[in-house]
Design a protein around this ligand. Structure first.
Ligand SMILES: O=C(O)CCC(=O)C(=O)O
Ligand SMILES: [Fe+2]
Length: 350
């Protein structure tokens, strides 16, 4: 029997006089709300900031300080903001606008990109994996694989040029950051680039749309999860909602305007043998404004088998804590299941 199609949250939120969310969207009940640190009120704390310009053109001293900052941010937080990254502000505006226009296409136009399989290069839909979920998230999405092979929906007009330009610029920043992170692990700066075959890195852009929700305290935009890949680079339309899990608490991310919000992914945890843990994060919704975020996941090449870096295992004195798995296979496993914490990592933990 064909699965029942779940309509977009955008369509739902556009209904006049929507005062309640349908029961299928109730993620939290008042009895599970604010119960302890797992679901408690999010706090505000200063989050690590990395000045990218010092990594690329600072003095040797400044550079080594940034490498240290990166190591600290990856080890203690799994999250940091990147400022002075050199990606043109106009380009960032255009990609946000282009993704907004994609969500504004008619349902019929968008249905061309629904996708049948989780590894289809272009997919749009609602929630995370509506075919296996009982509770839906207050989120619509567009996912596009942009590297090593470039794909793009052919609407809206000129979207594909902006998509290509933006994701290429992000790849440049990611490669330099990974060079710094490689050094922070005591490796040569090109080490990760080489063993992960970053020339053919798999890069996926995901646009997330969170329309205003009449009962934001009951719904969830994206539940707690970790990302596949090495680094996820996120921007948003000026509206907050991202929270990260830090030392047992949820921390609200108050973004520095123009900064990239960067989090470590599962494959960073695997290759660093657990030193740089993949951070849990979630997106909450609000009842006033549509929030949009664009996350770009950056992984190794699809064929790379990711396992802990040999040099970090210190000749057997520190045993590998993860088995190797091909990145493409891990991705398929993660995308085919429900979004549930970092449960996919358990499949490769020894
Ligand atoms: O919208 C956000 O802030 C988070 C999005 C996210 O976690 C993702 O796309 O993986
Ligand atoms: Fe995420």
């Amino acid at each position: 029997m064909a699965a029942l199609k779940v309509s977009s949250v955008k369509t739902l939120a556009d209904q006049p006089n929507l005062n309640h969310i349908p029961p299928a969207y109730v993620f939290r009940t008042s009895s599970t709300n604010d119960q302890g640190p797992e679901d408690g009120e999010a706090s505000e704390e200063p989050i690590p900031v990395v000045d990218f310009s010092l990594l690329t053109s600072g003095t040797p001293d400044q550079r080594s300080r940034v490498v240290q900052d990166l190591g600290y941010a990856c080890q203690e937080w799994g999250f940091f903001m990147v400022i002075n990254h050199g990606v043109d502000e106009g380009l960032t505006k255009r990609i946000l606008q282009g993704c907004g226009e994609f969500f504004d296409l008619t349902e019929e136009e968008k249905s061309e990109y629904e996708g049948r399989h989780v590894l289809d290069p272009i997919r749009c839909g609602t929630s995370f994996n509506a075919s296996v979920e009982e509770i839906f998230f207050w989120r619509d999405y567009l996912k596009v694989m942009v590297h090593p092979e470039f794909h793009s929906p052919n609407k809206p007009a000129r979207f594909s040029e902006v998509l290509e330009e933006y994701t290429k610029a992000v790849r440049g920043v990611v490669r330099r950051l990974l060079g710094g992170i490689s050094e922070s692990l005591g490796l040569e700066s090109c080490h990760l680039d080489r063993i992960l075959d970053l020339e053919s890195s798999l890069q996926i852009l995901t646009a997330n749309l969170y329309p205003p929700c009449p009962q934001p305290e009951l719904a969830m935009g994206m539940p707690p999860h970790s990302d596949h890949g090495l680094l996820t680079m996120l921007i948003q339309n000026g509206i907050g909602g991202l929270q990260i899990h830090h030392k047992g608490r949820w921390v609200k991310v108050n973004a520095v305007p123009g900064a990239f919000l960067v989090n470590t992914g599962d494959h960073m945890e695997i290759l660093s043998n657990g030193k740089y843990g993949s951070v849990l994060h979630r997106a909450v919704v609000n009842d006033k404004t549509t929030r949009m975020s664009i996350s770009v996941s950056n992984g190794p090449s699809p064929e790379t088998i990711v396992s802990p870096v040999q040099e970090l295992l210190e000749n057997g004195s520190c045993p590998a804590a993860y088995i190797g798995m091909k990145y493409k296979d891990y991705l398929e496993l993660q995308q085919s299941n429900k979004l549930d914490g970092n449960s996919c990592l358990n499949r490769v933990r020894i």
